[in-house]
Design a protein around this ligand. Sequence first.
Ligand SMILES: [Zn+2]
Length: 501
Amino acid sequence: MPDTYITTTLPYVNARPHIGFALELVQADVLARYHRGRGDAVRFQAGTDDNSLKNVLAAGSAGVGVREFVDRNAEAFGALGGALSLSVDDFIRTSRDPRHRPGVEAFWRACSADLYRQRYTGLYCTGCEQFYTPAELLHGRCPEHETEPEPVNEENWFFRLSRYAAPLREAITTGRLRIEPAGRRNEVLALIDGGLADFSVSRPATRAGGWGIPVPGDPGQVVYVWFDALCNYVTALGYGQGGPVHGEAYRRWWARPGSRVHLLGKGVLRFHAVYWPAMLLASGQQLPTGIFVHDYLTAGGRKISKSGAGAGALEPAALAAEYGADAVRWWLLREVPRVGDADFTVERLVARADDELANGLGNLVNRVVAMIGRYRAGRIPAPAPVPPGGEDLDAAIRQAGDLVGAALADFDFRQATAAVWAIADEGNRFVNRVRPWNLAKAGSAGRLDAVLHLLARACAAAGRELGPFLPDAAARVTAQCTPDGAGRLPDPRPVFRRLAP
Ligand SMILES: [Zn+2]
């Protein structure tokens, strides 16, 4: 089985995390757990981008020192791991991690043939941390932030991106670098075909408030935060450590054949699908194998703002504390489409969890365990042929694994969870159709055995297939369906609580 390296982007820590970023973390966690479950070696990495000018400005308006401000918010991002039951293997903080700075310096030097100094005048959006050409603006404003960029005239280091159009195009069109969904791949190809201008990769240290990594050999400049941040995908693996051989983790997870998958939001596509691969090519490294791009969440029909009114109520840790990590994860996985934005409200989260988890899967497990307790003293009947009327449920059980695998290979979390949900849905339908209590009353012991056996299979399959998506709930479902040493199932206990008041 191949080694699989999965990363999320590093969010700025200019504010506390919101539900939109939880989407990416949960998606990455599902992939990591799924591959681990198949026996693949997996490394799942997340972290925070501390060295952004945005952080410096936000600390200033909060009246707090940059270090204290960055540490405080970065801690809130780190705490999401526990709150959302994430299986993160490695969490890198670009301002504190001792692996990062030497790696960035080595990366910079490895690109030196493509770096040059030049005076530059441009329009800079601090929100995006990037220069915009007038043609890229919407009515003179940043398309992401709807703010007016500020004119900047300064001397910077530039990266010769213009050299890499042909190799980038080749990597993407051959599928060596897979970009999903296809609309995003086409967007990147259009960017490349539109002509790639060299981009600035440093800032005067004075404008950065002294925050950031000094350019090797030019301490008056700091490395541009995007160049710095993108390097995390390899610095955390030990790139630049131990000389030209780099660290052992780097050799294993990046230099060897395997999967190297980045998850990211549509707003940072150009950085990950154009700048980053070009930087890797310039420094003689392998490219990622996959880039998966998600769209954005809105909240109650409005763009999510980290600091706007009600932002606190949209903190994923607060939502998980109130409604449970299972409910938050389930909403993100079940309702957010592969393409297109999704609108988050607490009402939708509660409705989805109650419908499908408490009243759907939870109800099924509870009924089945109770019936096996009542009619068969807690012992699951021996395997029997599928009883009449159980064909659809049997098919849902048998197909779930393949459907989940195919959907996840396509980064389609909604399809993947639909395959798990189908087991619960068909299971409840089957119970309502065959009415096992009538079979018990009528003394149809053989029929009842076959029905209960199929239902026990359904619950066990649901627990197994649910694992990557809702690890906590999956463990509870599996515990309910697993006989003890005496061969008996435990007493029925609700696996989900109802959330609606
Ligand atoms: Zn912007």
